[in-house]
Design a protein around this ligand. Structure first.
Ligand code: PLP
Length: 466
């Protein structure tokens, strides 16, 4: 399988190259040149364990990784999950909830970042090289990435979070990892400042090449790929439970990475009815799929901070497919968006929709709190605020008879403040993994919001810690 850039400016890459590069050198995102049709395999795949299914799906895309090695990578990645099913699916009220928060940092990002960490280690052992990961985080990505690569040979990770603006739980999950290859930078600025410093570091091709910079955000194809697996896994479970021919999914969305994995599953032949895209008040994507107009507004802080985004990086992958994989058309769209901060797309002729699968809705703070409260009172089930946004949208949008699988993307114990506000009760949302962090030694470097200072810091730590 070869990987092509949405911007069309680089030669096709192998899977290994795509994983190590992250963002393509032409500034585009990489995606497979085609999505294999697996319809004929579905009956036999439905009987597989999570790990076996992961191997079958991933090997179609990672065909330059020897199969025995891939099996080892998958087994190691999912052995650390507390539930042997990795992504168990529970029936709660009228929806099915797929719990994706049984990994080390209690967020769905572990599913992909454990896999990516093991994949990086494997590729580096083969090439003898080293990798320096630089990432900006508003909380969840940073901790999952740190736990994915801590203590791995040949890898260092520099994670920048906005100083004093991540939740206490998220800060502990990052800064109590004191392995010598982990560098936490508390940036005296916002998440957007951190993100723009990271972009500038990657844009400096001399710096990027000198230090072998790598990316762990969802522009990295390996992350999306690892997430494709649980769409298949949960669909099989719910089909067996309900006898339904098709299933729908509801996905709390920020950077469009998770829902793009579901989109890929649908393109591969998984019988998907609808993909419900759920946003909070930061609703650029739900507005787009209802109006065809993509226009940025300001970011407002919400109860579901991991979805507080302005520009969804993976959306470019969807646009590329919508452009019929024509990089010239995509480039036109991106250029006009850069100029006008606005992009508008026509409806599909015939159906009058913007996409055959995607339907979109949003939940505001009151909807989110009401959904958490209702699920706690009626079903004794605790939703974290991100998952609650999804469940609200699923219940308000559901338009056909297909069962809906709602993705639960974080454990409620990561957001005890929101749970308390919704239920009026304290101490409901706890997890031993979080209790265990309290009082542990922690390490972070507080640095000013200044590109040169950050670049010099990274440069120095790399040469000091060979
Ligand atoms: C990152 C995150 C999301 C959003 O996922 P995307 O792939 O960015 O759309 C939703 N919920 C939680 C808890 C997250 O950490």
């Amino acid at each position: 399988m070869k990987y092509v850039s949405t911007r069309g400016g680089v030669p096709p890459a192998t899977f290994s190259e795509a994983v190590m590069t992250g963002l393509a050198r032409d500034g585009g995102l990489l995606l497979p040149e085609s999505f294999p049709d697996v319809s004929a395999k579905l009956p036999s795949w439905a009987k597989l364990s999570y790990k076996d299914l992961a191997c079958e799906i991933i090997k179609l895309y990672a065909d330059d990784i020897p199969e025995a090695d891939l099996r080892g990578i998958v087994n190691r990645s999912y052995a650390v999950f507390r539930d042997s099913e990795v992504a168990p699916v529970k029936k709660v009220g009228s929806v099915h909830i797929m719990e994706l928060f049984h990994g080390p940092t209690l967020a769905f990002k572990d599913v992909a970042l454990q896999f990516l960490g093991n994949m990086f280690e494997h590729l580096l052992a083969r090439s003898g090289g080293e990798l320096n990961i630089v990432a900006a985080t508003s909380g969840d990505t940073g901790s999952a990435a740190i736990h994915g690569v801590r203590n791995r040979k040949g890898i260092r990770i520099f994670v920048m979070h906005p100083h004093g603006r991540v939740s206490p739980v998220q800060e502990m999950q990052m800064t109590t990892v004191t392995d010598s290859n982990v560098f936490n930078i508390a940036l005296q600025g916002t998440f957007d400042d951190a993100q723009s410093i990271v972009k500038k570091l990657f844009g400096d091709l001399k710096f990027k090449d000198k230090h072998h910079l790598g990316a762990v955000n969802s522009i990295n194809w390996a992350r999306v790929l690892a997430q494709v697996v649980y769409y298949f896994y949960s669909a099989f479970k719910v089909q067996a439970r309900t006898g339904a021919a098709k299933v729908s999914f509801c996905v709390p969305t920020g950077n469009f990475g998770d829902i793009f994995a579901g989109y890929a599953a649908a393109l591969m032949g998984l019988p998907v009815d609808k993909l419900y895209l759920a946003t909070n008040e930061n609703d650029i994507l739900s507005r787009f799929f209802n109006t065809g107009v993509y226009s940025i507004g300001g970011v407002v802080p919400t109860l579901s901070p991991s979805m507080d985004i302005q520009i969804a990086s993976n959306f470019e992958r969807w646009l590329f497919l919508r452009a019929g994989r024509d990089p010239a058309k995509l480039n036109d769209w991106m250029m006009s968006f850069a100029q006008n901060k606005r992009l508008s797309i026509d409806r599909i002729t015939g159906s009058g929709e913007f996409d055959p699968f995607i339907r979109a809705g949003r939940a505001d703070t009151n909807d989110t709190l009401a959904t958490i409260r209702r699920f706690h009172e009626e079903f004794d089930y605790l939703l974290d605020p991100h998952s609650a946004v999804g469940v609200h949208v699923a219940l308000s949008q559901k338009e056909s008879g297909s069962p809906v699988i709602c993705l639960a993307t974080a454990h409620p114990a990561k957001f005890p403040g929101a749970i308390e506000r919704a239920t009026g009760k304290t101490g409901l949302a706890t997890a031993p993994q979080i209790e265990a962090l309290k009082g542990l030694p922690s390490r972070k470097e507080i640095l000013p919001n200044d590109y040169e200072t950050i670049a010099r810091y990274i440069d120095r730590e790399i040469s000091d810690n060979v």
